[in-house]
Design a protein around this ligand. Structure first.
Ligand SMILES: Nc1nc2c(ncn2[C@@H]2O[C@H](COP(=O)(O)OP(=O)(O)O)[C@@H](O)[C@H]2O)c(=O)[nH]1
Ligand SMILES: [Mg+2]
Length: 282
């Protein structure tokens, strides 16, 4: 297969199936935690999330906050809260300091539905919450982080087509132990490239050179000086970076593939700097 562009194979059937499963999981919970990659506050959220989630209360987590600038993130949090009408918190799945806030907010968001059930004569029960989001945004890490404090599996509640496992996080909160995965739509190649930067699409689906070039051109718009000084170059191109690093193949040509792989890796590991790659207008 010629990898001259992104080939992301999310056939409509896949999306329909994933959405159906998500809807089934949603019917079991009072609220959802939507996980977004803080480096892509718009691009790593699903366009149709509101259609999918309906009226379900939502806590939005800008995860991987350790990889972005905290002042820039603060601005994004304000904007996203206004736009979505839901609470937005930053989170870092490698650190447990945000844990208490997340648990408290999830419980708070679930309360109206529990109150409604109690009005119908049912006994109070713990809030039921699930984690949703695109691939690789950190859903499993967050579930692990939340469940590490409490390893009590509380067993199965029946879903429509299969049993779901729950974990009791504390007396007020039960968490569905499997994340709801939201697949990406294939048509949006601009977004697909951004998602490739943060490893949210399979590496087999694209050419490193094309994605790394695109990354450099976006970084050049917003963070030119930081990136140039990191690579000790005057111009942000794979060519210049290869020469500056002395990555040369036989014949004296710059080793573009190797450079592309390194640039993507440096970015993903946060080595170049702390960057947010979406703009407010999305
Ligand atoms: N730096 C950083 N890496 C994270 C964070 N959360 C998750 N990761 C990493 O991102 C990758 C994907 O995480 P995972 O939880 O498997 O994502 P999922 O596909 O949404 O379940 C893993 O390599 C995690 O270690 C975070 O807050 N900060
Ligand atoms: Mg996972």
């Amino acid at each position: 297969m010629k990898k001259d562009k992104l080939h992301i194979h999310w056939y409509p059937g896949h999306i329909a199936k994933a959405e159906k499963k998500l809807k089934e999981q949603l019917s079991l919970v009072d609220a959802v935690i939507e996980v977004i990659d803080a480096r892509l506050p718009y691009s790593s959220s699903y366009d149709n999330i509101t259609r999918l989630l309906g009226e379900k209360p939502r806590l939005i987590l800008l995860n991987k906050s350790d990889l972005v600038d905290s002042d820039e993130l603060k601005n994004f949090i304000e904007v996203l809260e206004k736009e979505s009408g839901f609470p937005v918190l930053k989170s870092d799945a490698k650190n447990s300091k945000d844990l208490g806030f997340i648990v408290r907010k999830a419980v708070e968001l679930s309360e109206p539905r529990i109150q409604a059930l109690m009005k119908k004569g049912l006994l109070r029960r713990p809030a039921r919450v699930m984690v949703v989001g695109m691939p690789n945004v950190g859903k499993s890490s967050i579930i692990n982080k939340l469940t590490r404090s409490s390893k009590t599996k509380i067993g199965a509640k029946a879903g429509v087509t299969r049993q779901q496992q729950w974990v009791r996080i504390n007396p007020k909160l039960d968490l569905l132990d499997t994340p709801g995965i939201i697949p990406m739509k294939q048509e949006d190649q601009e977004r697909a490239k951004k998602l490739a930067f943060v490893n949210a699409v399979s590496e087999n689906a694209y050419s490193n050179e094309i994605v790394a070039k695109e990354l450099l051109s976006i970084l050049d718009l917003k963070y030119s000086d930081v990136v140039k000084s990191f690579y000790k170059v005057d111009e942000l191109s794979l060519d210049c970076i290869a020469k500056s690093r002395n990555w040369i193949v036989s014949g004296g040509n710059p080793d573009i593939e190797r450079t592309a792989i390194y640039v993507l890796r440096d970015f993903r590991e946060g080595k170049i700097g702390k960057f947010i790659l979406d703009d407010f207008e999305g």
